[in-house]
Unconditional design. Sequence first.
Length: 571
Amino acid sequence: MAAVDRLAQEPARQQANDTAEKEEVLAAAAAPHTAPPDGPVVTGASERTVHGVRWLLICVAIFSSSVLYGLDTTIVADIQGAVSETFGDVTQLGWLGVGFTLGSTVAILPLGKAYAVFDVKWLFIGCLANFAAASALCGAVPGMSAMIVGRVWGGVGGAGMYLGMLNLCTILSSPHEQPLYVGLAGFVYGSGCILGPIVGGSLADSSASWRWAFYLNLCIFAAASPIYLFLLPSLPRRPGASWVDRVKSIDWLGTLLNAGVYGTFTVAFSFGGVLWAYSDGRTIALIVVWVACIVVFAVTQRYSVLTNPLDRLFPCEFLRDPQLVLLYVIMAAGGSALFVSMYYIPLYFLFVYGDTGVQAAVRLLPFVCLYVATILACGAAMGRTGYHMVWFLASGLCLTAGGACMATVTANTPPGRILGYTVLLGLGMTTSQAGYAVGNRLVAPARVAEMIQFLNVGQGSSMLIGLTVASAVFQTRAFAGLRAVLGPLGFDDAQIRAAVAGSRSDVLRSVAPDVRARCLDAIVDSIARCWFMVVAAGALYTLCSLFLSRARWIPKREDAGDSSATESPEP
């Protein structure tokens, strides 16, 4: 009744407009030969049309793309020190992770729409080719500027091949096989994330150097290319539409503004305070443009400027559902905490203990393995126990506690205690993917693909925001702390910035042991400041969990509306 009362209080004209918009989107999504936005086509076939060895080879090939995406997401976590030593440019070190995440975040919405419009096979191959080309650039770069370009480019291609893999799994498998193959895709991606730091650290410590962490992608792509080209069937979308109509259906204005929002934010807060002062005109100008892009993007999406409610980039109508908004915020908080943890746990051991890449990767394994294991366990158990609110609340509490513990770490904290803290963080990630399953119960079947994209945007953008802010905090605080220690000894700013490379830098190896200890304390303090973000994310995760539905089961919705009006406990 609460939802009905709220609706009755709205102006009649607004109510009519909203209802008409929902009906238009649902009608378009259900129309023949039209795919739900951002989602896989529902072919209606009860059985697979590809069998035998051909199907096995296709599965190996498309799942290899998931491994590549997982590897590249985390592989730089353990080669950061080696890259900074090669180029001697520590101020842009954060771009190794931020660049890839920026490209992925910017590409999620546009490529999701593109897969609903163009031939899935050729778009998938195009994204793979772009990812391979970006990997070649990253492996051969002469400096950090080219590395940044390569990482952003690779993120765009990586997001496209991951979305393509999900579409292919759903289109080519039968309805009863789809959960198996989609779940397997997630497991393979998680395995790639686990292997990333180990592979990256091993290559960084070997004679092959860190460059082969990127060249490795080319080898896998080359091996699977014949399968992509000759065995993967063509899968056209909207077969009745011309090429021109398909191109016109893309929300180009929304795509441009979406890129502007994330691009200006990342540059402003990555360079601001590190290369440029926050009072610098360039930093201020970028922040102003960022805010303007947000406002214009919101207005153009709300009123479907130069597009329509079906093809617009962002599903604004979901913002009227309080439960979906809570899930959006929860998944955003979890995504931010995940990536800060993934990058700054090994960074601590690389800097403080002088670990090799492999050693730092091994120390990260308890967190990553527990992260993957708890996600799988949650998927199996939460559907049987119900009461998803309790699961989310427990995750939020563990995440907050783990972040708070990591914020207390010093250069003298025993490694065993730190690994215990990372286990607590891993437990906090238990429900970080469960929002998709809960959200599936909150929307009509025709809107499930859009719901997944809606939550995916929140998760992906928060990863970008988390890495960008954490990188800026680390660089700014570390430089200020080291400057206070090394400045009086005659070191200039360039040498001090080089010292942020950690315990293996030439500057720190040349000073007295007591000075070196003070420098490491400054670096550890700057890393500890990054963990305050995880504490804040965990607190927000916990707070939002308290307002989730307390019903044991949420009945599956068959219409579009306010989820709070239909939630009820199972009889």
